[in-house]
Ligand binder design. Structure first.
Ligand code: ADP
Length: 401
């Protein structure tokens, strides 16, 4: 059996998935939360799913001090509930790493130098890269002889041209402080554009695709011939679409204005834009389900929040059609994109003149895998394609080991 263990290590969490690579099936997955949470008894929670089953007896609560201990707890769970990693170790461990800066263009086997570079890029992703590195160190400790592979969220966007990635500010200053657009969600955009091409039965190299990854975080990506040519997130995951709690695009002068007039300091502005804006800031609700249901109940603020959200998506669809010189497929993915027919229909409403329409009946079908929601014969295929970042990471591992 050839398996790859995929690890997504957050500051206080460890998410993992064991993928069998011949069939690309998930053998087991799990989530350990509240790592290092003061060490009080029962503070860390571990949920385990094996073969799609997650009985209560597979879950446990115990204090877990750090990621190294979390790895030991995960390995113990594999011994207890299967499949045993000691008897049948994975051929690689793939790590999601958020920021690869200008240095990493693809999946990379981890060496000491790679770790130094990931560490150095922490100043661009202070919440993520250090946590990702902790996961890598813990995995190396637990499995010193298995190749560790870093797969970067930014890598898919390394094909952006200077026209797309440069901010029009002082070039020396930008260079010195590495200020440019990097883009995120790259693993998802790559997987989804590939899966969309497969669904359409056409080579991705011949297609122009716009992917709309709408989750808690949200970004759009213009993919030409399988390569990212533009994406809506920038130096950080704050730019672009309206998100659950993030503002997305904003006139930078708003910050200067609020600093001068409302006396808000940098930390407060950071908190405002990243955690108190977006749907939450506009309507008091950060979850799209709540926003849609409140808007349906006549809540005016929720209606405005939904309208701003949809308006911004449409704005990017138009921009990316212009950059691509047309579009063959528009693809919705992630929590909101896969589940909200209201958002899908609203974001593309009124675009019939551009060859884009959504069939109400097809759009109302829930669940399932990749599906088409545009009417038969419509020039632009509108699709829903569930994302699978773990599988994409596992596949990318195989290309470098
Ligand atoms: P993350 O960005 O954290 O990976 P997901 O892609 O899982 O997030 O998306 C989570 C979001 O999906 C939730 O915050 C919720 O707003 C949204 N969501 C889930 N189900 C629905 C639904 N049926 N309708 C609208 N939004 C939904």
């Amino acid at each position: 059996m050839s398996t790859v263990l995929v690890v997504n290590s957050g500051s206080s969490s460890l998410k993992y998935q064991l993928v069998e690579m011949t069939t690309e099936s998930v053998l087991a997955n799990g989530l350990i939360e509240r790592i290092g949470d003061g060490g009080s008894a029962g503070s860390s929670k571990h949920t385990v799913t094996v073969d799609g089953q997650s009985p209560e007896s597979f879950s446990s609560e115990s204090p877990i001090a750090d990621h190294a201990e979390a790895f030991r707890v995960m390995i113990d769970a594999f011994e207890k509930h299967g499949p045993s990693m000691k008897n049948d170790p994975p051929i690689a461990i793939g790590h999601r790493v958020v920021h690869g800066g200008k240095r990493f263009f693809g999946p990379t086997v981890v060496t000491d130098l790679v770790k130094i570079n990931i560490e150095d890029l922490s100043e661009l992703a202070p919440l993520h890269n250090p946590a990702n590195l902790e996961g890598i160190n813990a995995a190396q400790q637990a499995f010193p002889s298995i190749p560790q592979v870093a797969v970067f969220d930014t890598a898919f966007h390394s094909t952006l041209s200077p026209a797309a990635y440069s901010y029009a500010i002082d070039a020396d200053l930008a260079d010195k402080y590495r200020v440019r657009r990097y883009g995120f969600h790259g693993t998802s955009h790559k997987y989804v554009s590939g899966a969309a091409a497969e669904f359409l039965g056409q080579p991705v190299e011949e297609l122009k695709i716009i992917v709309l990854h709408l989750g808690n975080g949200a970004s759009a990506c213009a993919v030409a011939g399988g390569k990212s040519i533009d994406t809506s997130m920038g130096l950080t995951p704050l730019e672009g679409l309206v998100m659950g709690t993030r503002s997305g695009d904003i006139d930078p002068a708003v910050l200067i204005h609020l600093h001068r007039k409302a006396n808000l300091g940098f930390d407060e502005l950071d908190e405002l834009l990243n955690r108190k804006s977006g749907l939450l800031g506009l309507s008091g609700r950060g979850d799209m389900r709540d926003v849609v249901s409140a808007a349906n109940d006549g809540d005016e603020a929720a209606r405005v929040a939904l309208d701003v959200y949809l308006h911004r998506i449409k704005h990017y669809v138009g921009a990316y059609m212009a950059e691509l010189g047309g579009v063959d497929a528009i693809v919705f993915t992630a929590g909101v994109g896969e589940n909200s027919d209201v958002v899908r229909a609203g974001a593309l409403a009124g675009l019939e003149g551009l060859g884009i329409s959504v069939d109400a009946e097809l759009n109302s079908v829930r669940g399932g895998g990749a599906r088409r929601i545009s009417p038969e014969g419509s020039p632009v295929a509108v699709l829903v394609v569930p994302t699978n970042e773990e599988l994409e990471i596992a596949r990318q591992c195989l290309t470098v080991i």
